[in-house]
Structures are given as structure tokens and as C-alpha cells.
Design a protein around this ligand. Structure first.
Ligand SMILES: [Zn+2]
Length: 275
């Protein structure tokens, strides 16, 4: 081999070595780069998965808020209906008792309309709760008035203490005042209280003979005279219809009958208005 050829071969080998060094370093760097890219991709994928999961939760929450909002709307309509009824009952109560009840008329104003954010739904439920509380308060007032009315109904004398016809009425007769009515009845018939109250007298009372007096609420009292037997003691609570004694003709009586009196603030009134 001559010198020129040898030189050529040397140059070729050097070039080849240099080229392979460059190539291998390039390949090495590419490998690192690809590994980095792979890592980035994995991270991005995980992030996408997380976002999808969050989106699903968010959608679920949004539909839950929509559902709660429509529940609140339905409840609001019901509360408004009850509110109308409460107001009607209040007006009737005020007319009946000639009194005035306290009102909270702005109760049905709602802070939000139509929206469906969680905050608005909370506001709706809160104002609904307040409305329900207000209505409850107003109904309690109405109830206490009705309780008085019911108590009055039970306390005002009503009906006959015995069944029979009236043989002598209330008022002046033959120069003397007859302070009750005489109900014609045979001896031994049960005599019943005509209203709820407390027995204030039970025993002998001059010309009245065996007598029971019952004190009721609202200034009313009733008296049952000429009894053959008394079956209650003073202080006993009685209800309308309870047997308090038996008919007879004790005291000043020409025949068996029940002398029955109704008094308002201790003044006798015509019992026929309460029979
Ligand atoms: Zn009489």
C-alpha cells in the first residue's frame, strides 16, 4: 500500500469514528428527551382524569341543587296556601272576638327568585322556615281564642236539667217574684247540671228545700231546688249532664217539680233563654 492510500484510509476511519461519536451522543440525548415527554404525558393524563372526576361531581352537585330548588318552590307554594288559610281564620277570629291579632304580613317575601345557586337555595329554605314559624305563632293565638270560646260554650247553661214541661214561668205571679221556672217532673228523676262548673252549695236552703247551686265561668250560676236527694258536695267539679241529685218536693212545694234558676252575676234571669 502506498502512502496516499494509507492517508485516505486514516481520514475515512477518523471521520467514521467522529460520526459515530456524534450519532451516539445524539441518540443518548433523544432518549432522555423521550423519557421526559413520556413523564409529561403521564402527568397530563392523570390531570385529565382528575378533571373528569371533578366535573362528574360538579354535575351531580348541580343537579342536586336544581332538585333542592324545585323542592323549595313546591314547599313555598304549600306554605303560601297555609298562609292564606291562616289569614282567613285570623280574620274570622278577629270578627268573632272583636279583637286584633298580631300579623306579620311580609312573611311571604322571598330573597331570591328562579336562581339555583346553593346560596339561593339556602336562603329559600331559611325564609320558608321563618314563614312556618310565623304561621305557627299566629295559629297558637287563634287556638287560645277558640279555647276560650269552647270553655264559654261549656260554661253557659244550656238545655233542661230534667225532661218535663214548664208549669210556672219566670217573673211576677200573684204579687210575688218567681226567680226561676218550675219544671213538672215526678219524684226521683235524675237532675243534671246544665253546664260545667263547681258546686258552691249542696244541702237544705229554707223554702227551696234540698238545693244544689253550681257556679260556672263567665258569671253564670244555676240553682236546682225541691230535690228529694242531693248527690254532690260543695266544691265538686261537675260537667254538663252530670247527675247532681233527684227530683222531689222538699221545702215549699205543693207537688213534685224542679225549681230551676239561672243567674248572671248573681241576678236571676229567665231560664227559658238558656233551655
Ligand atoms: Zn219555683
Amino acid at each position: 500500500m502506498n502512502t496516499d492510500k494509507w492517508e485516505y484510509v486514516k481520514i475515512c476511519i477518523t471521520a467514521l469514528v467522529a460520526f459515530s461519536v456524534v450519532l451516539s451522543s445524539y441518540l443518548y440525548r433523544s432518549k432522555i428527551h423521550i423519557a421526559g415527554l413520556e413523564k409529561d404525558l403521564t402527568l397530563a393524563y392523570t390531570k385529565i382524569q382528575d378533571l373528569k372526576r371533578l366535573e362528574a361531581i360538579n354535575n351531580k352537585q348541580r343537579s342536586e341543587i336544581v332538585r333542592l330548588n324545585s323542592e323549595a318552590e313546591k314547599l313555598k307554594k304549600k306554605v303560601e296556601d297555609v298562609e292564606k288559610l291562616t289569614k282567613q281564620v285570623q280574620i274570622l277570629t278577629e270578627k268573632t272576638f272583636e279583637t286584633s291579632l298580631s300579623y306579620r304580613r311580609d312573611a311571604s317575601k322571598y330573597a331570591s327568585r328562579g336562581g339555583a345557586s346553593l346560596d339561593e337555595v339556602y336562603k329559600k329554605f331559611n325564609s320558608l322556615e321563618k314563614d312556618i314559624d310565623n304561621q305557627k305563632e299566629q295559629l297558637v293565638q287563634v287556638r287560645s281564642h277558640l279555647e276560650i270560646l269552647y270553655e264559654r260554650k261549656l260554661s253557659v247553661p244550656a238545655g233542661y236539667p230534667v225532661s218535663g214541661y214548664i208549669s210556672s214561668g219566670f217573673g211576677w205571679r200573684r204579687g210575688s217574684f218567681h226567680s226561676g221556672v218550675d219544671i213538672c217532673v215526678n219524684r226521683g228523676n235524675p237532675v243534671m247540671a246544665t253546664a260545667n262548673g263547681t258546686v258552691s252549695y249542696a244541702g237544705w236552703k229554707g223554702g227551696y228545700g234540698l238545693t244544689v247551686i253550681i257556679r260556672h265561668n263567665f258569671g253564670f250560676s244555676t240553682l236546682y231546688a225541691h230535690l228529694s236527694k242531693v248527690s254532690v258536695n260543695a266544691g265538686k267539679r261537675v260537667a254538663r249532664g252530670d247527675v247532681i241529685g233527684y227530683s222531689g218536693m222538699t221545702g215549699y212545694a205543693t207537688g213534685p217539680h224542679l225549681h230551676y234558676e239561672v243567674m248572671v252575676n248573681d241576678k236571676p234571669v229567665d231560664p227559658r233563654n238558656y233551655l
